[in-house]
Write a protein that binds this ligand. Sequence first.
Ligand code: HEM
Length: 228
Amino acid sequence: MFYQKTLTKVRVWDLPTRIFHWALAIGMVGLAISGTVGGNAMVWHFRFGYAVLALLLFRLVWGLVGGYWSRFGAFIYAPQSIIDYLKGKGQPEHSVGHSPVGALSVFAMLAFLVFQVGSGLVSDDEIAFSGPLTRFVSNATVSLATNYHANIGKWILLALVLMHMAAIVFYLLRKHNLVGAMLHGDKELVRQVPASRDDTASRLSALLVFLLCAGVAYWVSTLEVAAF
Ligand code: HEM
């Protein structure tokens, strides 16, 4: 006897999370290019840096109040779940939001992005550009942060992003397209699972949260001291 599996369309990634994701990807490319070119392009490096700061602040808040599958609580897994998943014994609900291993990579990317932006704010190239918060910390901290920002953190992030993309391609080759849901928000699932809230009210509240975060990032930018 054949059973027809009924697929249900479920909103997994709400619009704010999707916009966050693609804006972050663009911001990271902008940061990498402007940081590598250096010189006058550093003005853009700072602009992209403040934009990514605003995005990260937004995601930290959205991880608490956002759509069901965007909340950190939906993808914090016990170590045993991660081990089971790696052994191929994952649960069906692991394929809805971030899987246990995907969640590890998401938390690693967000954490190292926080370190990268944080260290950038107190970095100083001793030529023309100095982060807006350098004058609030000791010279030793500036020197440590600058070394981390320019020589260590960026490579860790590059490795994490490359691993992220390799994982997406790996799943794609196994006929599991994760990218679609990050574009249109939905997954076709066999079982009933909670959907992420993504209505006008939640989108407007996301916009409000983002504007507040952008305000904080802008305020941080005003602390820059012009170098002459
Ligand atoms: C600099 C580039 C990128 C960065 C920094 C980045 C970062 C992230 C982060 C932080 C998340 C978690 C989203 C959240 O819960 O808020 C995520 C998820 C995701 N990203 Fe990216 N991403 C990048 C590029 C890409 C590209 C180029 C693609 C596809 C072509 C992609 C596809 C996805 C998908 C499909 C997910 C959801 C994964 C899942 O289902 O668990 N990302 N990415």
